[in-house]
Design a protein around this ligand. Structure first.
Ligand code: NDP
Ligand SMILES: O=C1OC[C@@H](O)[C@H](O)[C@H]1O
Length: 379
């Protein structure tokens, strides 16, 4: 049988869009997914059609159509699903544009600026019968699947704690200045929304997602932040999460999610400084090395001292984005409106944690970014 072909439209032509469409070129059968196929049929740049043409040519998708506005892209009848690759400040407006035009959507992380916006998008997608998913690529890696299975099978015993850090170790002033999307308030900058989401991903995929859906409960949240004096965006955020129940019979579970732009989870960048993520149960511990978004390697250490070491192996020609793309293709082919690996409900619970962390520390983005209004004129 011919593979199911998913026809992608790419909304924005920045750095992550380049990475994503490169992965779409890799043959899915080389990673055991012979039943699906990805094709980029169009891309749009808000700058110009020429920029979209240049992007498609450079990424070897020259046969795709190039548009100079996002509105033209969402109107293209040949596009099945749109990958939204703008900064998080723009996700709510851009995803809404796609949904209003009846397109399925895969949206980069962080889903939106606040939970209310994600809830609104989820409700529109549901009403229109469209597929919608947050592109947290890490969730779909084979190693993440394997780790969740080890926890669910009880191999770690009762899991009481996950500690997860994603810190970059940059000279913030010289690397990001005031205009980079990482620190600019008008682009919803800050460590929490850009990097903290990965620390939270590890906490949630180990302590929340591993429970049966009916037993998952939102955690209590307590957070501290430090703001970058030049812009007011957070340069450090630490969140304590207290879950009323943990995996495999744990009477509670504790999550510690941290992020910092100035110090690094892995200063030597050689795997010598210890794990960035520790998932701790009564029978053993899983340790995952930096960086949390695409870990280099991981190990399972049992309480008796025995140890299994693993590399985070990717299929040939794949940086890691292909796995989330495969999930989108399978879901749309099968008529699903969301992914079970990262449901809209779970994305919303995580967004609410980030809302609380911001509220506890007085971090508010400009009104035009936090609003549910749509469309915003002169966006
Ligand atoms: N999953 C992952 O590993 C990663 C995810 N990301 C996520 O991807 C998103 C984009 O990040 P990244 O690609 O690094 O960012 P870039 O700045 O490289 O690209 C963003 C693109 O968005 C478009 N855009 C539209 N309006 C604006 C605006 N006002 N300011 C800036 N750009 C605008 C532009 O494309 P055009 O002009 O063509 O319209 C721009 O090139 C973020 O949400 C980020 O969190 C980022 C890096 C890694
Ligand atoms: O998602 C991401 O992962 C890698 C980081 O370097 C980047 O800033 C972030 O957006």
């Amino acid at each position: 049988m011919a593979p199911y072909e998913l026809r992608w439209g790419i909304l924005a032509t920045g750095w992550i869009a380049e990475q994503f469409v490169t992965d779409l070129r890799a043959d899915p059968s080389a990673r055991g997914q012979a039943d699906i196929k990805h094709t980029v049929v169009a891309a749009a740049s808000s700058r110009s059609a020429d920029q979209a043409t240049k992007f498609l040519k450079e990424q070897s998708w020259s046969n795709a159509k190039a548009y100079g506005s996002y509105a033209e892209l969402v109107a293209d009848k040949d596009v099945d699903v749109i990958y939204v690759a703008t900064p998080h400040s723009h996700h709510y407006q851009n995803v809404r544009l796609c949904l209003e035009a009846n397109k399925h959507v895969l949206c980069e992380k962080a889903f939106t600026v606040n939970a209310a916006q994600t809830e609104k998008l989820a409700s529109i997608a549901k009403d229109k019968g469209l597929f919608l998913m947050e592109a947290v690529w890490t969730r779909y890696f084979p190693m993440s699947v394997q780790i969740r299975e080890l926890i669910q099978k009880g191999e770690l015993g009762s899991v009481f704690r996950t500690m997860a850090d994603l810190s970059l170790g940059e000279d913030v002033e010289s690397k990001f200045g005031t205009e980079h999307r990482m620190v600019k308030m008008d682009l919803a900058g800050g460590a929490l929304l850009d990097l903290g989401i990965y620390s939270l991903t590890w906490v949630f995929q180990t302590l929340y997602h591993t429970l049966p859906a009916a037993e998952r409960k939102a955690p209590a949240v307590s957070a501290q932040m430090h703001k970058y004096t030049k812009t007011g965006a957070d340069e450090h955020t630490s969140i304590l999460l207290s879950f009323p129940q943990g995996p495999s019979g744990a009477a509670y579970a504790q999550g510690i999610a941290t992020t910092n732009l100035r110090v690094s989870s892995e200063p030597a960048k050689q795997g010598t400084s210890g794990p960035a993520i520790r998932i701790q149960g009564t029978k053993g511990e899983i340790q995952v090395d930096h960086p949390a978004y695409r870990p280099s390697r991981w190990r399972f250490i049992r309480a008796d001292g025995s140890k299994d070491e693993y590399e985070n192996e990717m299929a040939e020609g794949v940086r890691g984005f292909a796995y989330e793309a495969d999930e989108v293709a399978r879901c749309i082919r099968d008529g699903k409106k969301e992914s079970e690996v990262l449901s809209l409900e779970e994305s919303i619970v995580i967004m609410k944690v980030m809302d609380q962390a911001r509220e506890q520390n007085g971090l508010k983005y400009p009104d035009k970014l936090e609003t549910l209004d749509y469309p915003i004129e002169h966006w």
